[in-house]
Design a protein around this ligand. Structure first.
Ligand code: C2E
Ligand code: MG
Ligand code: MG
Length: 698
């Protein structure tokens, strides 16, 4: 027989056994005395309190409460409703920590006895996740607000602005009240609003934007080149677009400048060779389809080097700028004026059409106009200048259909103009190429001549007209060509000058001249105080920084008396960078070197310059001597030069004296020393020594 109490006990045990199986922390309390009847293993595991620590304890004695307030809360709820639903709280654990839980308490009846079944669900993980969410929201807010990049948060649905950060206000000038709850079009944010749909479309399609270039307008109207990057993010319940706007205006400006520099000439800002080539290529491709032609005009200023040499590079640059301005002013907008470097300009005339002769005529007329424009007088830094130019023309309809061919042929045509006297226009002709290749060959051969020692010096005596004694000589360069024989400097000097080989050749001449003086002295053919050798110095050679040292070294090496050497310079040297010239000349003068002005009367020299320079000797140019006996003007000039030299206390030599009459004229007017075929041509060293006569027997 089972008693009621037995039955109750059995039911209670069954319930406890059942709780033991559950994975949720459970505690069973008897309502009558509010004492704990059982806790299950899940409870022990969750809170770290053993069953023995709990069972038999009254409600108030439970170690679970983290505060008396919590305990009272529970009790009040249980008293009023008899149950507790989904109550979030923290319970005290055996290890001293508290654990977040979701607690439930339900009434259970076994027989007529009431129990309370409390369950606790561990909320640690969810609570951690919440914490993380809160933290990441804070992080996001911090990033968004304090980011050094401008950020905007848009509603994805309405495209209206929800939030902007400080940097956005700094960069674009808009405050929150200007933009929040408005879309970008409403406050004129896009410079080209018509481009906006395509960008938004791309964002929708690809889910993000990465450095998409857009031009935006700041509040004060400035246009900023930006790169926008966008992503979709969920903020609360709403999908938003988070966009950052990188201001790349400065970067773009630099890029544009670099690109411009790569395609333009620094001095004139004209397109350079690269850009010309591009445009020419494009035009040629296009014109073929439309039956149009173009002409390429290759310009070269005649004797531009003289401007540089005599007036200095600053003046030369100003001339180039003036020429570029004139050319640009004259051509049509569709045409291109390019500068290839130096004094070389190229004009691409486009849109020519008609029969071949009509096309050629159009090009010729334009070229003639441009020739005239360039040749008009100009005022540069106070100098009145008049330059002529030469133009070579190649036509796409006749002379080639690639940029390379056209450029090459126009250049060849230009060479043709120069060879036949400059200041003119010429169209390309195949035979011109022969001349160009000859010139190239000459350059190669000259290089070789320097290496192989094919150069030599001849010497032309300078004579005292009264005594017929040789008082000096001029060293003149000759080229002993292996096949063509002896060649004079008229043929090769321009090539040496233009190619820069004159520096090496000039140095060689200087050393040879010093060597020659040493030999003459050695052989007692001259006396150190009665003979002087003149050496021609080209402006380029004189301008070399090492020139003074070069002269000093040549003299020291050959151990010759300084007064035996005289340097011939032309008037063009004097005006170029006058202070540097004077400084160099004075340095050399201090060493005892003397100077002669060659070809006097043909350059631009002014008396005031002449007075500043340490010059000892004027050489009257051959052109005045030629005609001084027939031409009153030339006679007058020669007389004036002689008078001037006398008043400046300078020596004088007349160059190119060929006849007895010329000599008589010079003697009559007081010019005693001369140089010319009348006495002797420039001759070899051996012949010159013979002219000097037997060695002195002193
Ligand atoms: P330059 O310095 O004025 O030399 C005088 C030129 O006139 C020489 O010509 C000479 O042979 C020529 N000549 C002399 N007397 C007469 C004459 O009575 N009648 C005629 N018709 N001509 C006469 P060359 O040797 O052909 O030299 C020409 C120019 O080449 C020189 O003119 C000089 O500017 C340059 N040159 C020659 N050698 C050198 C050199 O070593 N270095 C540099 N930089 N230039 C040189
Ligand atoms: Mg000379
Ligand atoms: Mg001369």
């Amino acid at each position: 027989m089972h008693t009621v109490a037995d039955a109750l006990m059995r039911r209670e045990e069954e319930l406890i056994a059942l709780l033991g199986q559950l994975p949720v922390a459970c505690m069973l309390l008897r309502e009558a005395d509010h004492t704990v009847v059982a806790v299950n293993p899940a409870f022990e595991a969750l809170f770290g309190w053993s069953a023995s620590r709990m069972i038999g304890r009254s409600y108030a004695e439970l170690p679970l409460w983290s505060s008396s307030r919590q305990r009272e809360d529970f009790r009040r709820q249980l008293l009023t409703s008899g149950r507790i639903q989904q109550h979030e709280t923290h319970f005290q654990c055996g290890d001293g920590q508290t654990r977040p839980c979701l607690a439930y308490v339900e009434q259970v009846r076994i027989g007529d006895q009431l129990y309370q079944l409390a369950t606790a669900h561990d909320m640690s993980e969810r609570s951690n996740a919440n914490q993380e969410l809160k933290q990441s929201e804070a992080k996001f807010a911090a990033l968004f607000i304090d980011s050094p990049e401008p950020y905007v948060l848009f509603s994805k649905r309405t495209a209206k602005i929800i939030e902007i950060n400080h940097r956005f206000t700094q960069v674009f000038g808009y405050q929150s009240q200007d933009v929040i709850d408005r879309n970008a079009n409403e406050f004129g944010f896009w410079r080209y609003p018509e481009k906006r749909p395509a960008v938004i479309d791309k964002l929708m399609r690809e889910g993000c934007l990465r450095n998409e270039p857009v031009d935006l307008v700041a509040k004060d109207g400035r246009v900023l080149n930006c790169e926008v990057s966008s992503n979709f993010i969920l903020v609360g319940e709403e999908w938003c677009t988070l966009s950052s706007f990188k201001d790349v205006t400065e970067q773009r400006r630099i890029e544009a400048r670099v690109k411009h520099q790569a395609y333009h000439d620094a001095l004139t800002d004209l397109p350079n060779r690269l850009l010309l080539h591009d445009r020419l290529q494009q035009y040629l491709a296009l014109s073929e389809r439309h039956g149009l032609s173009c002409a390429l005009l290759f310009f070269d200023l005649d004797h531009f080097k003289r401007v540089n040499d005599s007036l200095g590079h600053g003046c030369g640059d100003a001339v180039l700028q003036e020429v570029s301005r004139r050319l640009q002013e004259r051509v049509r907008r569709a045409d291109t004026v390019a500068r290839l470097g130096g004094d070389e300009f190229v004009i691409l005339l486009t849109g020519l059409s008609g029969k071949p002769e009509q096309i050629a005529e159009q090009a010729r007329v334009s070229a003639a106009e441009l020739l005239e424009v360039v040749s008009a007088p100009m005022q540069i830094e106070g100098y009145g200048l008049q330059l002529s130019c030469s133009i070579g023309i190649a036509l796409s309809s006749e002379h080639g259909n690639t940029p390379e061919d056209l450029l090459k042929h126009a250049d060849t045509a230009l060479y043709g103009v120069k060879a036949s006297g400059r200041n003119n226009i010429a169209f390309f002709e195949p035979q011109m190429q022969v001349a160009v290749s000859q010139r190239l060959q000459l350059e190669t051969e000259l290089r070789n001549a320097l290496l192989e020692g094919e150069f030599l010096l001849h010497y032309q005596p300078q004579v005292d007209a009264c005594t017929q004694r040789i008082t000096g000589a001029e060293a003149l360069l000759r080229w002993q060509h292996p096949e063509m024989g002896m060649i004079g400097p008229g043929t090769f000097m321009p090539v040496l000058e233009e190619s820069g080989m004159i520096l090496e050749a000039g140095h060689w001449v200087l050393e040879q001249a010093c060597d020659f003086i040493a030999r003459l002295l050695d052989q007692r053919l001259i006396a150190a105080d009665q003979f002087c050798l003149c050496v021609n110095i080209s402006p380029r050679q004189f301008r070399q920084a090492s020139f003074v040292a070069q002269v000093a070294a040549a003299i020291a090496q050959k151990q010759i008396p300084v007064q035996c050497l005289k340097l011939e310079i032309t008037e063009s040297i004097m005006i170029h960078n006058i202070s540097d010239t004077v400084e160099k000349m004075n340095e050399l003068r201090d060493m005892g070197i003397r100077f002669a002005i060659d070809d006097f009367g043909t350059g631009y020299s002014s008396l005031s310059y002449l007075k500043r320079l340490p010059v000892d000797l004027l050489k009257i140019d051959q052109s005045f001597i030629d005609d001084c006996t027939h031409d009153g003007n030339d006679a007058e000039i020669v007389r004036a030069i002689i008078a001037m030299a006398r008043s400046l206390k300078m020596e004088l030599i007349a160059e190119g004296v060929e006849t007895a009459e010329q000599l008589a004229f010079l003697k009559q007017h007081g010019c005693r020393t001369y140089q010319g075929y009348y006495f002797s041509r420039a001759v070899s060293e051996e012949a010159f020594c013979a002219l000097l006569g037997p060695p002195a027997t002193r």
